[in-house]
Design a protein around this ligand. Structure first.
Ligand code: CP
Ligand code: NVA
Length: 315
């Protein structure tokens, strides 16, 4: 990995993605049980969570380590105490921090002042642990990544940013359909275009959901209103009204296309009940894979990687 922290998909390489996926697959058998004995991860969250918190807690437990959960009310990040001081103090007690923040800048500051690794557990800019679990899921369902076509329908948000960067590093073609004014950030797009040029992937941005979904192997969507944007929910429901993933839209994808969503889903908004509960939907395997992908990340970052790898074959 390129630095001590994992704040963005751009902190890792295409090779890192492949080896983390290999490690995650290997970590599904229980032979790694005590690799992180005596290690402690602090989980410091400014926003609610089900999957990320529980999967980090279970990942550490399965690897023999421990966690301490710090809720928003307890720490008062940047309010009760400055962000640099929180980073300095926690570094004296624990071996790594998994942090969920409103502002990505808070994560950058924590990482700058922490002596221990900081892992992005979701910020307004990125959700890299989600993207790793997503690529692991795609690999398991399709037995490859390179050359596949992924269609992202909806907001150019944190989940879209990390998935775009990860797809471009892995050589997957990425089409995103978002309403005008809700596209991915220019800086992320340009970074992804550089990765795509090297990995031979194509990136395509449109305002037409059908154009994005046409011939896709994977159809991916996320909420229209992310945590922290609740005041815009009503407006967003109108803007995104034509961006629901439902039977009609899914029919433009390949017959064996899969549906993905990071969850929590707003059923009947960005995704219809029928598609979310259909045989094409892999959202619960995807949620489970958060656990396995994070075990691979924790092993890499906390130095517990002294176990055999599966040695998956990549093309
Ligand atoms: N997908 C995801 O990060 O879920 P939580 O917000 O429940 O952690
Ligand atoms: N984009 C969503 C993802 C939740 C996992 C949010 O930030 O709320």
């Amino acid at each position: 990995m390129k630095r001590k922290d994992f704040l963005s998909i751009s902190d890792i390489s295409g090779e890192d993605i492949r080896s983390l996926i290999s490690d995650a697959v290997a970590s599904k058998d229980k032979s790694w049980l005590s690799s992180l004995e005596r290690k402690t991860l602090a989980i410091l969250f400014e926003k609610p969570s089900l999957r990320t918190r529980v999967s980090f807690e279970m990942a550490m437990r399965q690897l023999g380590g421990e966690t301490i959960y710090l809720s928003p009310a307890e720490v008062g990040l940047g309010k009760r105490e400055s962000v640099p001081d929180v980073a300095r103090v926690l570094s004296r007690y624990v071996d790594a921090l998994a942090v969920r923040t409103f502002s990505h800048q808070t994560l950058e500051t924590l990482a700058e002042y922490a002596a221990v690794p900081v892992i992005n557990a979701l910020s307004d800019l990125e959700h890299p642990c989600q993207a790793l679990a997503d690529l692991l899921t795609i690999y398991e369902k399709k037995r490859e990544l390179k050359g596949l076509r992924l269609a992202f329908i909806g907001d150019g948000n944190n989940v879209a940013h990390s998935l775009l960067l990860a797809a471009a590093l892995a050589g997957m073609n990425f089409r995103i359909a978002s309403p005008a004014g809700y596209a991915v950030q220019e800086r992320i797009l340009s970074q992804a275009q550089d990765y795509a040029a090297a990995s031979d992937a194509e990136i395509f941005c449109t305002e037409e959901p059908q154009l994005a979904v046409n011939g896709a192997d994977i159809v991916y969507t996320d909420v229209w209103t992310s945590m922290g944007q609740e005041a815009e929910a009503e407006k967003r429901r109108k803007v995104f009204a034509n961006f629901q993933v439902n039977d009609e839209l899914m029919a433009f994808a390949k017959e064996d296309a899969i549906l993905m969503h990071p969850l929590p889903a707003h059923r009947g908004e960005e995704v219809s009940e029928t598609i979310l509960d259909s045989l094409q939907s892999v959202v619960f395997d995807q949620a489970e894979n958060r656990l396995h992908a994070q075990k691979a990340v924790l092993l890499r970052m906390l130095g517990g990687l002294d176990v055999p790898l599966t040695g998956l074959r990549w093309r």
